[in-house]
Design a binder for this molecule. Structure first.
Ligand SMILES: Cc1cc2nc3c(=O)[nH]c(=O)nc-3n(C[C@H](O)[C@H](O)[C@H](O)COP(=O)(O)OP(=O)(O)OC[C@H]3O[C@@H](n4cnc5c(N)ncnc54)[C@H](O)[C@@H]3O)c2cc1C
Length: 374
């Protein structure tokens, strides 16, 4: 294994794997480091459903749907054996939610059909409320997709405790590169990223052996996968208060099974394996992509920033981030990785909707951590 690279990436979840893939496509030599191995964080636990967002139209919905279109084409091209395009049904939570679906319909930017009660029942779904069916959606085999994306890239199991830059070269242990990408999920203490407000949400997935004929995946309060090779995945990420990972317990997956029983026949579902993990989100639910601001320099050079001054941003040289993918890491990662690779290799600006800079000035004004500057 070489010691010198164009780019080092810390984190081998879907963010790091997709970024490594995008940079390699552009001819870069990349090393990916992960303390526990490929997809050992939130990505390995993910149900990895890839579906559009429904709602009454919002910038986040548009971005998600753009990312969805990109992602499905990306997985079909790069990992077709691990992307199951079964279609996904969005089921209203209750009557009140069902009323909203007619308002949502004009904002379904991706191909969809309305599924009647009869169509739902024919699929084995216990719901009488009209639902949306997105035929191009599906789910990934999370770990396998990350492995495929990294299959021709150097990957090292290595816990990074410190990053340092000397004479424009980043060093991590014995390895060095011009560029460094942080794709560490909810763990974000290798640089001052406080302004991004990265936070974790805990979730569980249970894989159940079953003979139930379920040809389509669905989301309601939880996500239920189609039966793929005798396995039905149930997943949900909701617990915002969990600060540190706790051991996975069968009980958590059995709670999901109990919830699923109001939607499908769960009588033959037998728990095979439980996965749990943290997904990292941002304050405003948009991804965090691009260059990392040099917080210390900005605060020292511009004390008036806490009172609303808007100086020009200064950045940590050649330090980048791909994070904050929230509950849709497998939807966002391919498009975010492309944007980041365009930025690193061609110097293109990252889309302002996902550029992490958007959070900096507000953080400076509102942060109690900066009271000493006021
Ligand atoms: C139960 C569950 C269900 C989900 N379902 C879906 C879904 O259906 N669809 C969807 O799109 N998304 C889903 N998600 C969200 C998705 O998993 C996340 O958005 C995605 O995992 C984010 O990927 P990431 O690469 O940013 O972070 P992670 O996958 O968490 O990767 C970060 C990696 O960095 C490594 N790392 C951290 N610090 C260091 C260090 N100092 N040195 C070396 N390595 C380090 C970690 O070991 C880890 O492997 C789900 C998440 C969970 C938990």
């Amino acid at each position: 294994m070489s010691k010198n690279y164009d780019t080092l990436i810390i984190g081998a979840g879907i963010a790091g794997a997709a970024t490594a893939h995008a940079l390699t496509q552009k001819g870069q030599k990349v090393l990916v480091l992960d303390k526990k191995g490929i997809a050992s964080g939130g990505s390995g636990a993910a149900g990895a459903f890839v579906s559009p967002k429904i709602g009454k139209g919002s910038p986040l919905q548009s971005l998600t749907n753009e990312a969805f279109s990109f992602a499905k084409a990306f997985y079909l091209a790069n990992s077709p054996q691990h992307f199951h395009q079964t279609g996904v049904i969005r089921i209203p939570k209750d009557e009140a939610d069902a009323q909203q679906f007619s308002d949502y319909a004009p904002f379904n930017e991706n191909r969809y059909q309305i599924y009647s009660k009869e169509q739902l029942h024919a699929q084995g779904i216990r719901c009488d409320l009209e639902s949306f069916y997105f035929p191009e959606a599906g789910d990934c085999d999370a770990k396998a997709v990350c492995e495929v994306l990294l299959s021709e890239i150097d990957v090292l199991q290595y816990e990074v405790r410190k990053i340092r830059q000397e004479e424009d070269v980043w060093h991590v242990g014995a390895y060095s590169a011009k560029n460094l990408v942080l794709a560490t999920g909810y763990e974000s203490d290798l640089a001052d990223l406080r302004y991004m407000g990265i936070r974790g949400t805990w979730g569980t997935r249970g894989d159940f052996a079953s003979d139930l004929e379920l040809q389509v995946s669905m989301h309601q309060n939880i996500s239920i996968g189609a039966n793929v090779n005798g396995v039905i995945k149930l997943g949900a990420t909701h617990e915002k208060e969990v600060k540190k990972p706790v051991p996975c317990q069968a009980g958590q997956a059995l709670v999901l099974k109990e919830k699923a029983s109001s939607i499908i026949d769960t009588s033959d579902l037998e728990l095979k394996e439980v996965f749990c993990g943290m997904r990292a989100g941002s304050k405003d639910y948009f991804p965090l992509v691009g260059r990392v601001i040099d917080v210390a320099t900005m605060l020292a050079a511009h004390p008036a920033i806490v009172r609303g001054a808007k100086p020009e941003m200064r950045y940590r040289e050649n330090l980048y981030i791909c994070n904050g993918l929230g509950g849709r890491g497998f939807v966002f990662a391919p498009l975010m990785a492309k944007q980041l690779a365009d930025c690193i290799v061609e110097g293109k600006e990252v889309d302002s909707r996902v550029n992490a800079d958007r959070l900096f000035l507000k953080w400076c004004r509102k942060s109690t951590e900066l009271d000493f500057l006021r």
